[in-house]
Design a protein around this ligand. Sequence first.
Ligand code: NAD
Length: 249
Amino acid sequence: MGAPADGIPASLVETLRHAQSVAVLTGSGISAESGVPTFRNAQTGLWARYDPMDLATPEAFARDPRLVWEWYAWRRGLVEGAAPNSGHEALAELERHVPEFVLITQNVDGLHQRAGSQRVIELHGNIMRSKCSLEAVILEPGEDDTDVPPSCPRCGASLRPDVVWFGEMLPQETLEAAFEAARSCDLFLSIGTSSLVQPAASLPFEALHGRVAVVEVNPDETPLTPHAEYALRGRAGEVLPALVGAVYG
Ligand code: NAD
């Protein structure tokens, strides 16, 4: 079923009002309105000629750690200068109403937590943290030295951003918690994601497999669209406040 940004179907409002357990998956689209670009949007300025798929990989880091760190320094600056938008805020509000709520995000920008979301599963890590490329040492934001690339305070090896790069495995426990949330919820929302990056793209299908209704919020069609019970065509920053407002306003 389709709906314009401000036309939330009444049956969805009723379903959400009675939902006891909601799982939400977000992708970079929800942060686009905060000024953090998605990977599939052209990069700007200095970075316009680079494809993120060629920078966010272990191979790129092995080949040219300075280039990869410079790109991450630019992206960290974008994230630091960004603020959560009305889409992030609507999800934080939704969490306050639903008895069991899990927010699974592919985003590494921490904007959900800054909007007030509590139960957040960060599938792909967090761009503001660093980790040692050799051992299990994590550095919180601001703890890195200023060298490029910065080095591990314990063993001296290069630090890397604490994110999951293309071609890398996700932490098993994190992934299991996300799949469990998709299986056990009674409504699943997929927001601002192209539904192309695995394994995150399988989460709504896990929900569908258990006959859970799936809602998609995206201005564009994705491979999930034909399977979604509700495909709300529009921007997350407009659709989500309208949805949450229709249920609890
Ligand atoms: P993607 O770039 O593949 O897709 C973004 C999706 O968002 C598209 O389908 C697009 O139509 C949709 N979109 C754009 N503007 C929107 C809006 N205002 N409201 C709702 N939807 C909108 O992103 P992805 O699916 O998250 O996968 C790419 C990978 O890149 C992820 O693994 C993620 O870790 C990483 N990434 C993260 C950030 C971030 O943390 N903000 C930014 C870029 C990339």
